[in-house]
Structures are given as structure tokens and as C-alpha cells.
Ligand binder design. Structure first.
Ligand SMILES: C[S@@+](CC[C@H](N)C(=O)[O-])C[C@H]1O[C@@H](n2cnc3c(N)ncnc32)[C@H](O)[C@@H]1O
Length: 289
């Protein structure tokens, strides 16, 4: 495993994991827990939304990796009695196994070893997190295939209230950023369940992909690494700063804005068809130029 992952010390003194094969560091600048807090916990307003939610609050954790995102959510919501279901998706459990051997560096995992070991062995674990009842499931496998199985009704996935979208970058992990995948994700949301998704990417191409898939899209909080991230939702009121027509004009001039229809990096300006779809999107079709 040493040749697959390594522990990296970041400039701020915290530690993160680097996948040698994928040449990607999991939380490259501010470290695992600060990034999880800024990008997902606070940006998606999870504690407040969870406290106000009357049913089970469902989170999709896409790219479980070394579990920094779900552990951070659990640590900051244990005072909330709403029951929580986490569905974690990953094609491999190796990063979490490696992380559990390195808790002296990845200290956010301390105290969670037992629960994570059960999750890795049984792919499901039920426990009380403070006053919060939790069911945590791991769905191991290729995420686009898992989503396709749910679309074809071979698998039931409870519609999420929040999605932590943490794949590797579109350049090295294009299969996780195609238009078809986001259309499928959008069609698995329930119109009756408000849902927001955050991702570290601020790329025009990813924002266009989310819009064409059906989401409302806005600029997300800075995280230290990026001065802007992206938030998407099935309801505009979940987003503070919706992209406006000025953004659309910039997207029109961009040389890298067209969504990937195949899992291969594309680098193309918007086609006429995509521009039409954007202009007719409810986010833009009522906004004056
Ligand atoms: C940046 S890491 C996630 C870091 C993680 N969220 C954390 O907090 O430690 C990206 C993860 O996405 C997973 N991944 C990449 N492509 C995938 C695919 N096609 N299906 C499922 N998981 C995938 C990788 O195995 C990796 O664990």
C-alpha cells in the first residue's frame, strides 16, 4: 500500500493523503477537516438544515477516500437529534485502510476506528453519534455504474438532501464528471426533497454540466485552495449566489465550456445547442441581460 498512497505534510502543518497512481492529493492546501468544514458542512448549511428536517437526513458522500468529509459532518452534528443516513460511494477501500494505519498523522480518525472498521468489513454500520441515530452504508464499486443501476431500478438509493462531491479532478478522473452521470444523479433526486451539492471545482465546464443536467448553480465559498468553489441544488433558494447572465456571457467566450459526453477531457467552447439549453434554463430565462 506504501507504493499506492503516501502521507503528505501540508504547508499549514496538517497532513493529508496523496494517491501516487492518480498524482492527486486528497485535500491539498488547508487539510482534510478544514476543507470538509468550509466546502461541505458550512457551505451546504448542513447543521441548520438537518436540525429543521423532520425526516431522516440523507447524505451522499461521493468519493469516500479517507472519510474526512463524513467524519467532519458527524463531529459537527452530534448534538442534533435528526436521524442521519450516509451513503458513501467509492470504487476502492484502500485509501481508508491506509488512513487507518496512519491515524498518528490523520488525527481526525481517532475515536472512529471501530465504526470505520465495521463499515469496511460489513459495508453498513448503525450507531448513535451523540444524540443522533446514524446508519452509514458503503456502496463499493464504480460510481457511474452504481448510479446507472439505480436508474435501471436494480438498486434503490434513497434520494439525498446533500451531496459531497469529492472525486479527483476532471482531468485525471473524467468518468466522474460526464454530463450523462450528472443527468442521472439529477433524475435520482426527489422533487419533494431539497438537495444541494458542493464541489471544489469552479470550472466553467463543470458548471455548464450541472446546469444542463437540471441543477441550479451558484458560486461557492472559498476554501483556501480556491477563491471560489461551486454549489448546485434542485431548488434555487438553497444557493446564495446564483450564477447570472454575466457569467453566461463569459461562458460563451470560454474555450473550455462544453460538457463531456464521453469520459474523455474535451476542451471545447459551448456548442449552439448547449447555449440554447442554458438560455432556456429557469435560472437564466427570467433574468434580464
Ligand atoms: C479526492 S479522493 C476523496 C477524498 C475523500 N472525500 C476524503 O475525504 O478523504 C477521490 C475518491 O474518489 C474515488 N473515485 C474515483 N473514481 C471513482 C469511480 N469511478 N467510482 C467510485 N469512486 C471513485 C477514489 O477512489 C478516491 O477515493
Amino acid at each position: 500500500m506504501k507504493n499506492i498512497f503516501q502521507i503528505i505534510k501540508l504547508d499549514n502543518g496538517t497532513y493529508s493523503i496523496r494517491s501516487i497512481k492518480d498524482a492527486e492529493t486528497f485535500h491539498p492546501v488547508i487539510g482534510p477537516t478544514d476543507e470538509a468544514k468550509a466546502l461541505y458542512l458550512n457551505q451546504l448549511n448542513i447543521p441548520t438544515r438537518m436540525a429543521q428536517y423532520k425526516k431522516q437526513f440523507v447524505i451522499w458522500d461521493v468519493g469516500l477516500g479517507a472519510a474526512a468529509n463524513p467524519i467532519t459532518i458527524l463531529q459537527h452534528t452530534k448534538h442534533i437529534k435528526t436521524s442521519l443516513k450516509i451513503l458513501s460511494f467509492d470504487k476502492t477501500i484502500l485509501p481508508l485502510e491506509f488512513a487507518l494505519q496512519n491515524t498518528q498523522y490523520l488525527t481526525y480518525l481517532k475515536g472512529w476506528e471501530h465504526i470505520l472498521t465495521i463499515l469496511l468489513e460489513k459495508h453498513t454500520v448503525v450507531f448513535n453519534n451523540g444524540i443522533q441515530p446514524v446508519e452509514w452504508n458503503l456502496i463499493k464499486g464504480d460510481f457511474p455504474e452504481t448510479i446507472q443501476k439505480a436508474i435501471n431500478s436494480y438498486l434503490t438509493l434513497q434520494p439525498p438532501c446533500a451531496i459531497l462531491y469529492d472525486a479527483y479532478s476532471p482531468k485525471s478522473n473524467p468518468d466522474m464528471w460526464t454530463l450523462n452521470l450528472f443527468k442521472n444523479i439529477y433524475s435520482l433526486l426527489s422533487p419533494g426533497v431539497p438537495c444541494s451539492l458542493a464541489t471544489y471545482s469552479r470550472s466553467t465546464m463543470i458548471r455548464v454540466t450541472l446546469l444542463v443536467a437540471g441543477f441550479f448553480v451558484g458560486t461557492g465559498h472559498p476554501t483556501g485552495e480556491k477563491e471560489e468553489t461551486t454549489i448546485a441544488a434542485n431548488r434555487p433558494e438553497l444557493i446564495d449566489n446564483l450564477l447570472d447572465k454575466r457569467w453566461l456571457l463569459r461562458a460563451k467566450r470560454s474555450t473550455n465550456a462544453e460538457p463531456m459526453t464521453e469520459p474523455v477531457p474535451l476542451q471545447k467552447p459551448l456548442t449552439k445547442t448547449t447555449l440554447e439549453l442554458l438560455l432556456n434554463h429557469p435560472q437564466f430565462n427570467t433574468q434580464p441581460i
